[in-house]
Design a protein around this ligand. Sequence first.
Ligand code: NAD
Length: 699
Amino acid sequence: MHYTHYDTQQGVAVIRLDNPPVNGLSHAVRQGVVAAIRQAETDSAVTAIILVGSQNLFSGGADMREFGSPAVSAAPNLLSVTHIVETATKPVIAAISGACMGGGLELALGCHFRVVAAGAQLALPEVKIGLLPGAGGTQRLPRILGVEAALNMIVSGETVPADMLKSTSLFDAFIEGDLLAGAIAFAHQVVVEKRPLKRMRDLKVSHPKPDAFFMFVRNSVGAVSKNYPAPLKCVEAVQACLTQSFEEGMQTEARLFAELYMGSESQALRHLFLSERQAAKVEGVSSDAKPRKVASVGIIGAGTMGSGIAINFLLAGIPVTMLETQQTALDRGTQHIADYLVERVSKRKMKPEKAQALSALLKPTLSYDDLAQVDLVIEAVFENMDVKKAVFEQLDSVCKPGAILASNTSTLDLNQIASFTRRPQDVVGTHFFSPANVMKLLEVVRGAKTADDVLLTVMQLAKKIKKTAVISGVCDGFIGNRMIAGYGSEACKMLEEGATVQQIDKALEKWGMAMGPFRMADLAGNDIGWSIRKGITQQNPGHVWPSSALLSDKLCELGRFGQKTGAGWYSYAKGKREAMPDPAVDDLVEAHRLEHGITARKISSTEIVQRCIFALVNEGSKILEEGIAQRASDIDIVYTFGYGFPAYRGGPMLYADRVGLLEVQRAMEGFARNDTASGAAWASAPLLARLAAEGQTFN
Ligand code: NAD
């Protein structure tokens, strides 16, 4: 297998990168490029050298399959390849099409000239995994693009269309038609005109007011990147190209890169980057299984979730038939979607014609007959088994054979739902998070009988609607909500024991959670947990609730359901989302303590964080052992994408690995000793205990 190809055409050496799917700069590719440059240099018949990609793109950058292995930095590394290219004595031209990202762009910056095809896309996205471009990107890009434009690209990591860089000196020619033919013609021109080789290292770079400019940049970047060191280090590296020679700047870049690479934030972000890709893989499916075709979608229920889910498919250009039983509910859902599209247009994020085209893809209906031909139906009706039963029986009778029947249930037994149909193999859970058109996470629930091809179809579709999907087995609450139950209950217990609502929220928010448990409960609605608890008591009247759960019940008895009723654990001004501390809640808690004979004690932030987070870890460990989650990293994805877990900590399971599982276990044993009422909740999950004893980790 060759990952680079070499040939000569009309006196020009053509080096083609060929490492599908994105021409990642693997060790073999790097070796291939170096060998080809040497061959071209020694062939007297060769006058110029072209570096070109294949698969309609130049290069996506580092080969992520090498991440974590010695191959990633094996010689020649990208830094030396770029140096060899730049110091070649014959003109080297990068012929760029499609994606030219990360190390791919750094390689192109090492070339003496760049020609580009229409539609090419450029980026230095390293900052997104907590790094900076480490193969000269921070020193070369400012020299050719100017400090400000380069800084924008490097600090944001965003993709820039080549067309937007037309006015800069980055490209020497825009090629229409065949890229390679155009590049060869350009190479001949360079040779004939004896153009001097443009080595970026030799270019002068300046800024009219460097000190003031960089002070401003540092302040603004620092303010928005608090727990993420990479953006500020990117700034520092770029600044070095103004204050240092090229060689010194390269050393600064290398030093800053190494600092980031060893840092815990980048390790966490790299873990999440790889985990997200891993999560897309479904374990245990037959190799013959192929995804089914989904060209149209039906949605049952046009409420909060149904209308949000519909938006996802419309944005992906997939026609949606949305069904309700009442015209008013249907109109409300349709209006919600229309309002969303109008807002996109008014914010200039969508062209009016596009919004019109997308709204034409929506067909609201009151009749099940309109669902006879859809390829996939997602049910998002009330969370009630009798209602779900009626819906799935209807779907079973009207939908065509092979149609996928999905439920958005968040708490009900998917296997029971599947049993309402004569085709349980076609039934799957698609658990979207609210707001469904915003939240990236999708839990795909695999029922006992869900067919392999149904799972593959839904995972593929998730990508199409830009969701990050994770497979979950069937259990109460699936991965995310099952874990959050213990987290929330620890928060309530600490409230009872002596902490305040604000203290608990602040401690966890300071630690990195996007929202503390009480603010989150107010957002989601306290009545949801209340109605679940009432249901459990109804089914099992002997069930004993911890006294802290009764505290939540008391809150709900006062009608304090959260933001939607203007009061919950906090109070909210009409139409506002700002959580305001409420003395009435303190009084409620105080009265509850008196009633249960609890003397309030001081609780530290460390205890708050450990009890909430380790409760997540312990439940996550059970979920992993039971096979509900396919892998520990899937749990990390669920928490960072769906529950506001800080990405720079890499998810609860990676965090526990970092703390050390033995340490986690010891802390849990301490909590169990102190918690006379429900110490059993802290019994170590068997998997956690075993890994801790063996000195191992989850990931
Ligand atoms: P909702 O009350 O906002 O909407 C439900 C809609 O279903 C209503 O418009 C109602 O008119 C309609 N409906 C009821 N019975 C119907 C029937 N037989 N046929 C057609 N339509 C019917 O509820 P929601 O928050 O959108 O929740 C819907 C589902 O999604 C539930 O299963 C819920 O557990 C789940 N879910 C909700 C959230 C959330 O945060 N709201 C998150 C994840 C999952």
